[in-house]
Design a protein around this ligand. Sequence first.
Ligand code: FAS
Ligand code: PHB
Length: 392
Amino acid sequence: MKTQVVIIGAGPSGLLLSQLLYQAGVDFIILERQTRDHVEGRIRAGVLEQITVDLLERAGVADRMRREGLPHHGFQLLSEDGPVRIDVTKLTGKSVMVYGQTEVTQDLIAACLKRGGELVFEAGDVALHDLETETPSVSFIKDGTRHQIHCDFVAGCDGYHGVSRKSIPATALQTFERVYPFGWLGLLADVPPCDEELIYCSHERGFALASMRSHTRSRYYVQVPLSEKLEDWSDDRFWQELARRLGPDVAGKLAVGPSLEKSIAPLRSFVTAPMQWGRLFLAGDAAHIVPPTGAKGLNLAASDVAYLADALIDWHRRGSPDALAAYSARALPRVWRAERFSWWFTNLMHRFPDTDTFGRQMQRAELDYIRHSDAAQKGIAENYVGLPLDWS
Ligand code: FAS
Ligand code: PHB
């Protein structure tokens, strides 16, 4: 088998890249380890930056998002000292789109299959070969048979636990990591959201987030120690803990109901540099991870794909390798800016085991400063709506 680009992973990165390459006439094949149902059933991100919305429009997969997505113009920071609303539209002129990653993935898969795209689910034992040559290839097992695909380039869109980054010699890259001493226990339920906008809550018992997927479906999170077991968290226990952290005013508007999904996600900050090696290019979680506090994970995947698609299309049309050679150098500054915001926001809003009374006062003082400072609020707002793709 021969193609121009083998894309490993049918998450948002791989699927969005495939759609942009298809539109430019670049041949590709996507290899996905899981089943379609498994991929389409994942519950993850919920907030899209304008850059991501624009990319989905460009990719021709924005119809349902336009119908069902919820444009949001602000969000709330809540602590024992009260709420402060960050009016992102007043401060930046932009908004964000509340539309689940689950839906984005389903829309992209539907578009790929509708045009007869080469999307192989349950592709096992994917292996990358000869990445440092001009004739790389990828092998995989499907229905008991090993296949080999010769290609020009490999796009590693296979997430943090994928095979792509691990195919790069450790001596060829540098990694940077911060593992947080807690996780997020998330719950999805068909109940109306407790507020029209997202609420990020800093409480002495820990962080909580009130989010949503629609006017009838809510997504909530509470910070939990890494030692917590999902089976110890009944729905009732979750709702009671969430209500305690949100406080009586918000809890009074909290509709509860049976969970559709419940899971604990660990939090880490992680960056691989460079994001390429030979003919392999990493995009999305394969290259970096952010704590979900700043709603940057999915949006960073989208900006990586924008850079990589442009570079692959440039090579396809003009035969120029320059943009591909510069991919990582172009992508990493935006990655680090989002890493910083996500790390800062996580430190501000969460309770760390070593947060002493002084540390808690510093968090309260920073929230107080934000409450009174337009400049501080504008700084948060411009990061939340998404920094420019290319910031000179
Ligand atoms: P993904 O991990 O989504 O996709 C990678 C794909 O590659 C998967 O389908 C996987 O099955 C496949 N794959 C892996 N190894 C393979 C192999 N060897 N061969 C073939 N295929 C392989 N971000 C937010 O902004 N907000 C959130 O609330 C949020 N919550 C999250 C919760 C969890 C549990 C996780 C893990 C992430 C969360 N994220 C969140 C981040 C998340 O949204 C990612 O940023 C986003 O999924 C990145 O998309 P991809 O880069 O496509 O990686
Ligand atoms: C979500 O709705 O899943 C969500 C929203 C905002 C975040 C993180 C997660 O910062």
